[in-house]
Design a protein. Sequence first.
Length: 606
Amino acid sequence: MLTEYTTPGPALTVRNDETIYSLLTDRIARSGEDSPLTENKEADGSWSKLTAGEFNERVRAIAKGLIAFGIEKGDAVTIFSATRVEWGLLDFALAAIGAVTVPIYDTDSAPQAERILNDSNVKLAIADNQERFDRLDSVLDHCPSLERILMLDANAVQALEGLGVMVSSEELDERIASVGADDLATIVYTSGSTGAPKGAELSHRNFVSITRAAADCVPEVLEGKSRLLLFLPLAHCFARFIQYFAFTSEEGVLGYLPSTKTLPHDMQVFEPTFVLAVPRVFEKVYNAASRKAGTGWKGRLFTRAVAFAREWTEMKQAGIEPTAKQKAEHAMYERLVYSTIRSAFGSRIKYLACGGAPLDRNLALFFNGIGLTMIQGYGLTETAAPFAFTRVHDNVLGTVGQPVPGSSVRISDTGELEAKGQNVFLGYHNLPEKTAEAFTEDGWLRTGDLASIDDEGHITLTGRAKDIIITAGGKNVSPIPMEQEISNCPIVEHAVVVGDGRPFVGAVITLDQEGLVSWLPTQKLPADLTIEQAAALPEVAAEIQKYVDRANADVSRAESVRKFIVLPTTFSQENKCLTPSMKVVRPQVNKVFAKEIDGQLYAGKR
């Protein structure tokens, strides 16, 4: 077991003149201006397209408009919008002239937006629609640095392009030349799953290094006419990185999808070769396939096919050549089950990428077994998104892969994963004490995650340092593995293990409405029951208990979930139990549902 690991070979070098904008110009130099680059789903359902040259032409026109507006190098500009091509155009234009992009999640409230606008002294804000424009407008009087709010749906981009006609190309080129790798590119506010949001300052070097390193690690994903459909919010560092990553391809196209309401249909139309999502999306695809199979002979076939897919992956991982009988069985399942599930992602799909939270190992085994390479990564906002990846040809499932070239990892005496590299952020905006706390005395970033590293650098996450539960009996419990197992239940949306300072470990469960609609009729119960009605059913508790038992099978009695409660509601951004990136905020769950936890889980127990 190593305590420190650096990927062998030369570290990737980023020149001092390289920037986020140069990722675009490099693409044009490699593939030409006529190379297809982006597709964007419009409000009427059509898809608009831009070549690399057209995209760059618009970026330059917007950049001139920003200069004409008075945006200087280092000025902060907010983008408050869902994922759409204008987000990308503005992002590259701001990077080109050395402005600082300050994204705000499209779900953030007016008070949350106000705090970000004032903390980073935003000069110009751009919202996508009237509703978000109004949110910003409601706090305008409380934001002294904010001069103007523009709206994309009211032709803000076209207005900037028009304003820019008074700025010469020479003036723009001079501004572009003044921007360097170590200049501040963006301030990204963390989602707050472990406390109040903090503004992480990230440089051009941070993003360029991690983007190029990732392209070196998984070149297969970008080969040929790759097609990446991006629907995660670009305010999230992970999605932003993937936007840049897609631009490092030779012929690849990036699709911008503003809404996931019609995601299944949109994947059929766009036909991605590569889909990036958080674990919950892949869980929903699997659960939907399970529900469609039902409980009859198709259900039994699906169950056998799932088990075989996992066994198939494990054989491949162990280097075991399948027998002729096993190959024939896999071919049968391919024809009857696997091809149908893959088709949910479109006809060209080859790779899946999961990030944002740990993915259940069994789910990864399944998707790999049906012919979809599941690439998992690990990173933080503070590392400009993933700095560790599983490689296509070294895909050790259950791990988050190895660090990319130029990144090093080590395990502290307390078991915490620490990182160092060109991708590590500059610090927290206006928070020198928090910045100091984020680093060790010798300059390593504390990730807050517990992990182990094998001899070849594969990182296995074992929990969050701050999530460790210490029961009243002094037992240390890592809740994440148990939560993942319980969440495999098709009628469970979220499971949160509790028990800090308590006599035993318990769990708080929320239900999945889509899962209930399919599952309730199998129990001869009405499909239209509300979550509140379903939460009280003994049949629901019995179904969840099966998965709690599975979770408990791998731990000691002191670590096992002795009791759980099913909430008659869900976690949401409104009750602040979910971040905009859909991570559960554990302290908030304990706070919001304290009455239920005290009264139902631990009544009379101290």
